[in-house]
Design a protein around this ligand. Structure first.
Ligand code: HEC
Length: 206
């Protein structure tokens, strides 16, 4: 007589053995050192999808409790972010009139260009600026900046697409170094120029 129970048990045994072999294979491949972590080699499509999904789901989960301040569309708040954006962010995320930088070109994933791609969710921006994103190069600015300063940055980057180079520069010189660090040093314009691409016509050999 056909032994249904025995056959099912045999099948589930094969299933668990297959899973075990699969896990061993993954462990072996990881340990072999053959996974390339170079920033100038792209992920497989599936890895890219997986990491993007993990990031987006995690941020969605974390932002549920964030209350967006009612004043982030006020001009007085928006302009305050200009100086800090220029010194802390523009080398990676660009500014009106800048379309390349050595640091942006070398990072993987590449930082999004805020002058081109509008941002939609201020709570998401706040969370990312405050906490950073692991293994991407996006720093956590919350360890050195207050929530108020971070909201000013959020307000600014959500409007930066509307600025041309001249008005951007005017705002930066007016609101540059809008806060001072404990050691007395503010963010100055000079630190930006070091990191920006050499767009002034001279080239150099590395
Ligand atoms: C060293 C480069 C670097 C610097 C400096 C940097 N970022 Fe980023 N930032 C990144 C990278 C890379 C990502 C994309 C991470 C990813 O794809 O998961 C990112 C992502 C973001 C995002 C998320 C965009 C989205 O919704 O997907 C925001 C917002 C952001 N950065 C704001 C800022 C602000 C504001 C500053 C300055 C205070 C700043 N960043 C400085 C590299 C940088």
């Amino acid at each position: 007589m056909y032994n249904l129970k025995g056959s099912l048990m045999k099948k589930s045994k094969i299933f668990y053995i297959a899973i075990g072999v699969g896990l061993l294979g993954i462990a072996f491949y990881t340990w072999s050192g053959n996974i390339d972590i170079a920033a100038d080699k792209k992920h497989w499509k599936v890895t890219e999808w997986f990491l993007g999904a993990v990031r987006d789901r995690s941020i969605q989960n974390e932002t549920k409790k964030i209350v967006i301040p009612p004043n982030i569309n006020d001009l007085a708040v928006i302009v305050k972010g200009a100086g800090n954006y220029d010194s802390m962010c523009s080398s990676c995320h660009f500014s009106p009139g800048t379309t390349s930088s050595e640091i942006n070109a070398g990072l993987y994933p590449q930082p999004p260009d805020f002058t081109q791609s509008p941002l939609e969710d201020p709570a998401r921006s706040f969370w990312v600026i405050k906490h950073g994103i692991k293994m991407t190069g996006m720093p956590a600015w919350g360890s050195s900046h207050s929530d108020e300063e971070i909201w000013e940055l959020v307000a600014f980057i959500h409007q930066i697409q509307k600025l041309d180079q001249r008005s951007y520069e005017e705002l930066v010189s007016k609101y540059g170094g809008s806060h001072q660090h404990e050691n007395g040093q503010g963010h100055g314009k000079s630190s930006t120029n070091i990191q920006k691409s050499h767009s002034d016509g001279h080239s150099h050999e590395h």
